[in-house]
Design a binder for this molecule. Structure first.
Ligand SMILES: *[C@@H]1O[C@H](CO)[C@@H](O)[C@H](O)[C@H]1NC(C)=O
Ligand SMILES: *[C@@H]1O[C@H](CO)[C@@H](O)[C@H](O)[C@H]1NC(C)=O
Ligand SMILES: *[C@@H]1O[C@H](CO)[C@@H](O)[C@H](O)[C@H]1NC(C)=O
Length: 600
């Protein structure tokens, strides 16, 4: 049959290699548990030892033979990420802890190992008499929070929306037959953002807002557009995170090597240098220089305020950054991001400022490294009086996440910090949307979060998007909780009470589920899923979350065969990566593999 030809052509290189490939195919068939995942890494390491070329070609051949995705997708993803995985495998013990973490991130076959105990040290002990920030009831000012804009420069009106590639609504050379579902000019739920929609949104953000925060997912090209449009309107504090690559269509570039990486890795310093230069007019020379020196992180006191905004690069805590698995040596603080966060929070505390932390990936999400999430949470506990809020994106959903002083006793009194997660601009996460916060000018706490969105299903959307108020968190949840006093912010305790409300009031919980995607295909959630969802809301520390990796669940965003028990596993935060391909291969697609024959 056809499939075996793919192997015959590419894999019969030598008897030595044939034996390794045989071992790999056998190990793939058996890869159903954490132990068997480790066993699979053994022959993969042997293959990697032959060099990047043989490694990539073999994995590409397996990928193509399964016909899970188009051949060009196999090539694109594996040529980008295969060499990183091969480098990882050459550098680590396939039976060690880093290998367990790799089996979690790549194949979902292991659980994240228990957190490596590490006590974060601080320059000063917590103040015995911390400065209190008390509201005088002044009128709040407004801040816009938008995220995950994902502009697709190749978006083409009229192209196929229901395509077989990771990103649709583009002209593809191998498009077969007539267009079944033609892409509309202002966006499709299965596609990234057309430039026209992004421009319309940025022009619509009112100049009344004091500033904007942007929590990432752009490509280099987009940053220019954002800078042009937003700096004309009002200053903003961008948090740029180069997590996607425009030209490799399917392969996301979440892959940032650490400073300790020894391989000739693509040096990411150019990214930070470019970013630093581009932002100088926006954030000032000091912050721009921090961008270059702290792997993309910086801090700035928002003009006219007593608020320090600390923008940190969380890509070194991100499970899907495959460079993180290239050493067995324990690293508490890759690239010094934790140290930078401490330095800036201490500076804020010393200066009597409040602080906001902004970043792309919420540090409690299931795709965060448990170690760094734990260490970051220690920082949050230490500076709980200084931090007035945390702001993230990445999930594409409108969500929140709470940090507690005691995760075994999650109560309103123990809730210490709140992470606000912005909905995405890309319609792949639902109707494009952003948040506007009402901020108390004395405490810098959030008095209300209003979500604005434009409904793709509204016939006028494709003529002129309408950014209408979707809901106000204060009026919606506040009234369900029986009303809250006018001067009380939407505090961590308030959000804890919202999670309690969800437990007893299912209609309120289902409304939250609808809000997450701005009303588009709300996530159907039964009692078990609800328990997991509420558990995750209460887990700014990833080890306390309840979403667990499972084999194959990561595969093919947007596909219909989503496991209803774990819808969040279908993760459109990133493109299809090598892990999606391999986890699909190890999870039931094995039957498509040809019988392997030894040739002597
Ligand atoms: C989309 O494509 C899938 C498979 O390629 C097909 O089964 C489905 O009917 C298509 N949907 C539409 C609306 O054309
Ligand atoms: C690393 O890069 C340098 C300069 O580009 C090159 O001379 C060297 O051969 C490379 N080493 C490896 C192991 O690829
Ligand atoms: C949370 O709920 C408790 C119990 O009903 C209540 O005493 C407390 O005031 C609430 N806290 C906030 C911030 O709403």
């Amino acid at each position: 049959m056809k499939l075996s030809h793919a192997f015959v052509g590419l894999l019969w290189v030598s008897v030595a290699r044939a034996t390794i490939v045989n071992d790999i195919l056998e190990a793939i068939k058996n890869a159903v548990s954490c132990t068997s995942c480790h066993a699979l890494l053994v022959p993969l390491k042997t293959l990697a030892a032959l060099g990047d070329g043989p490694f990539d070609n073999t994995i590409i051949a397996i990928c193509k033979a399964t016909k899970l995705v188009d051949a060009d997708v196999c090539e694109g993803i594996i040529k980008t990420q295969g060499p990183i995985i091969a480098h990882d495998l050459r550098s680590i013990n396939p039976l060690g802890q880093t290998a367990t973490k790799l089996c979690d991130a790549l194949l979902g076959l292991c659980q994240a190992p228990t957190v490596n105990k590490y006590t974060v040290s601080f320059p000063k002990p917590p103040p015995t008499n911390p400065r209190k920030f008390i509201t005088s009831g002044k009128t709040p000012f407004q801040v816009v929070h938008f995220s995950d804009i994902h502009i697709d420069r190749q978006y083409t009106t009229g192209s196929e929306t229901n395509c077989t590639k990771p990103i649709c609504c583009r002209n593809y050379a191998d498009q077969k037959g007539p267009i079944a579902v033609a892409a509309a000019p202002m966006g499709e739920y299965k596609c990234d953002t057309p430039a026209g929609l992004a421009q319309n949104l940025l022009r619509s953000i009112s100049a009344e807002n004091r500033f904007s925060i942007f929590t990432g997912d752009v490509i280099e090209d987009e940053s220019h557009l954002l800078l042009q449009v937003t700096s004309a309107n009002h200053p903003m504090n961008p948090q740029f995170y180069y997590s996607r690559s425009d030209d490799s269509e399917s392969a996301p570039t979440n892959d940032f090597p650490r400073t300790t990486t020894t391989k000739n890795a693509t040096d990411m310093q150019w990214v930070y240098d470019t970013q630093s230069a581009g932002w100088t007019p926006l954030v000032g020379a000091t912050a721009a220089s921090q961008v270059a020196h702290y792997s993309g992180s910086y801090s700035i006191v928002a003009p006219g305020t007593n608020l320090r905004i600390i923008s940190i690069n969380t890509v070194y805590w991100y499970k899907v950054n495959f460079w993180l698995y290239d050493s067995d040596a324990f690293q508490a603080d890759p690239n010094g991001i934790l140290a930078f966060t401490i330095q800036e929070l201490q500076a804020a505390e010393d200066a009597g400022q409040r602080a906001w932390i902004i970043a792309h990936m919420p540090p409690g999400r299931y795709d965060a490294m448990h170690d760094q999430s734990n260490y970051f949470d220690q920082i949050v506990q230490r500076y709980r009086n200084t931090i007035a809020g945390q702001f993230y994106g990445h999930s594409h959903q409108d969500e929140f996440m709470i940090s507690y002083s005691d995760y075994k006793k999650q109560t309103a009194a123990n809730a210490v910090s709140i992470g606000w997660i912005a909905p995405s601009i890309t319609p792949r996460g639902g109707n494009p949307a952003f948040k506007v916060y009402d901020v108390d000018p004395d405490t810098y706490e959030i008095m209300d979060a209003k979500v604005y969105s434009s409904d793709l299903m509204n016939p006028t959307h494709n003529v002129q998007p309408t950014w209408g108020l979707y809901y106000s968190a204060r009026s919606t949840y506040g009234s369900l909780l029986g009303g809250i006093p006018a001067t009380q912010p939407l505090s961590p305790a308030f959000w804890h009470n919202v999670t309690k409300l969800f437990e007893t009031n299912d209609a309120a919980f289902q409304m939250y589920q609808t809000f997450r995607t701005r009303g588009v295909s709300p996530i159907i959630c039964d009692a078990k899923c609800k328990a997991v969802t509420i558990c995750d809301m209460r887990a700014m520390r990833a080890e306390n979350g309840c979403t667990v990796p499972a084999p194959g669940k990561y595969f093919r965003r947007g596909s219909e065969d989503i496991d209803a028990d774990a819808p969040l596993h279908v993760d459109d935060c990133e493109g299809v990566n090598i892990g999606h391909l391999l986890s699909a291969v190890t999870n039931g697609f094995v039957r498509f593999l040809p019988p392997f024959q030894q040739r002597d």
